[in-house]
Design a protein around this ligand. Structure first.
Ligand code: HEC
Length: 116
């Protein structure tokens, strides 16, 4: 077998590794760019420390009646639905930012799970 024939599969593998699903590390970058400015625990947005698994709208924050009325906890599925379309998940919510891209959203949700 020639050298070239051996090199080709290696290239394909390298390309596959580059296209690997976004990780929590990517999520952190996205979070820093798109979310952090509001989610400091100040008047702009509730702290997201420990948000994964927490009761919806349970921080010390002036939530909208819409979000306060939501039952349940922030499961990964609820976080995904909220970030995909906040105003569909909780019509009347004060958070208007959405993350339409599936991979970016998954990475952000993975990162949110790491916030303690
Ligand atoms: C412009 C400010 C702003 C930005 C940017 C923002 N948010 Fe929010 N977020 C809010 C506000 C305000 C609320 C409370 C919404 C309500 O009361 O209806 C909220 C609520 C939330 C909640 C629910 C928290 C709880 O305690 O129940 C999550 C989760 C969340 N945001 C995640 C994110 C993520 C992830 C991003 C980035 C993709 C983001 N937010 C970007 C303002 C913002």
């Amino acid at each position: 077998m020639s050298r070239a024939a051996l090199a080709l599969p290696a290239l394909v593998l390298a390309a596959a590794a580059l296209a690997a699903p976004a990780s929590a590390a990517d999520g952190q970058q996205l979070f820093n760019m798109q979310c952090k400015m509001c989610h400091t625990g100040g008047p702009m947005g509730p702290s997201l420390a420990g948000v994964a698994g927490a009761k919806i709208a349970s921080k010390d924050f002036a939530y909208s009646p819409a979000l306060k009325a939501k039952e349940g906890t922030w499961t990964p599925a609820n976080l995904d639905a909220f970030l995909k379309a906040p105003t569909a998940f909780a019509p009347g919510t004060k958070m208007m930012i959405s993350v339409p891209d599936d991979e970016s959203r998954a990475a952000i949700v993975d990162y949110l799970k790491t916030l303690k």
